[in-house]
Design a protein around this ligand. Structure first.
Ligand SMILES: Cc1cc2nc3c(=O)[nH]c(=O)nc-3n(C[C@H](O)[C@H](O)[C@H](O)COP(=O)(O)O)c2cc1C
Length: 272
């Protein structure tokens, strides 16, 4: 089966798909775009040829133009809105008791799965912990990991301030998952292309999408670290063979709104 098809009636012969294919896998043959020799094995299925065609003339075998929704320019925020969204997002550490409904959690993941990945490998898998008691149980396992690190590597434990987190837990305060109702973990095959970067970018998309939906989110760094390495936690997550956790995000409704943008360091830039 051809890697892509071109509707000759719709094609304007403008060569945009040729210019935009990241792998240079399309050429004009006669009047119409056609795959170069060996394109099948080199195509990363990014869909740019489909997405860039102004007439919907090109369809990948895996991606018919009709299944790719049109970009709605009228829905795009302006630069001021985007800047304000990025500056106003905060890590949220106090959550309402309210749970986030399944549809909203699913929507977050559905947005975040559009994050970029190296070679468009889309390696990210999602583990959505909806159940509040399960979130608490994971926090407990992270505390076990912290006690283990304290015993095995006191220097590291000190530098990560684990003593404070463990003491808080013993006093009934969860500084690991912060009583968030949900946690979303990303995992991927360790052997793939850039799994850490892909998972981090995907969770960053998710965090921003959460903020835009009136939710709060926060990286769960301790959980992410423990879930990647502490055998009892790794075992309980029951990931596919060869997978590793590459990040975790708390999600819930924020208890308190933020009113100001805190000051950040001036950027350190070398201009050349
Ligand atoms: C990789 C990463 C791990 C983090 N881990 C934690 C964490 O375990 N607990 C926590 O409360 N905040 C965590 N944070 C949130 C940072 O503390 C926070 O981003 C920083 O203080 C700046 O605040 P802001 O996100 O509101 O701008 C983490 C952030 C990142 C990027």
């Amino acid at each position: 089966m051809a890697i892509f098809t071109v509707d000759a009636d719709k094609c304007a012969r403008d060569g945009i798909c040729v210019a935009e294919c990241p792998g240079g896998l399309i050429e004009m043959k006669g009047e119409l775009p056609a795959p170069v020799e060996g394109a099948e094995s080199l195509c990363i299925n990014c869909g740019h040829c489909v997405a860039v065609c102004p007439r919907g003339a090109l369809s990948l075998a895996t991606m018919p133009a009709e299944e790719c929704p049109p970009v709605q320019n009228e829905l795009l925020p302006g630069p001021d809105q985007v800047e304000h969204l990025l500056l106003s997002r905060r890590s949220i550490r106090s959550y309402k008791d309210e749970v986030v409904d399944w549809g909203t959690l699913a929507r977050l993941v559905d947005i975040a799965r559009h994050a970029p990945s190296g070679h468009n490998t889309q390696p990210v898998h999602w583990l959505v912990v909806e159940d509040r008691d399960e979130v608490k149980r994971l926090s407990g396992l992270v505390i076990d990991w912290m006690r283990h690190v304290q015993a095995q590597n006191p220097g590291l434990a000190r530098s990560l301030h684990l003593d404070r987190v463990v003491r808080s837990w013993e006093n009934g305060k969860d500084r690991v998952c912060r009583d968030a109702p949900h946690v979303i973990l990303t995992h991927a095959a360790k052997s793939g292309i850039g799994p850490q970067a892909a998972c981090t970018i995907a969770l960053t998309y998710l965090e921003l999408a959460a903020f835009s939906l009136g939710l709060g989110a926060c990286w769960a760094g301790y959980l992410g670290a423990a879930a990647a390495s502490f055998p009892p936690l790794v075992a309980t997550l029951d990931l596919p063979e060869g997978h590793q956790v590459f990040g975790a995000m708390l999600v819930g409704y924020p208890r308190y709104p933020y009113h100001r943008v805190p000051v950040r360091n001036k950027p350190v830039i070398t201009w050349r």
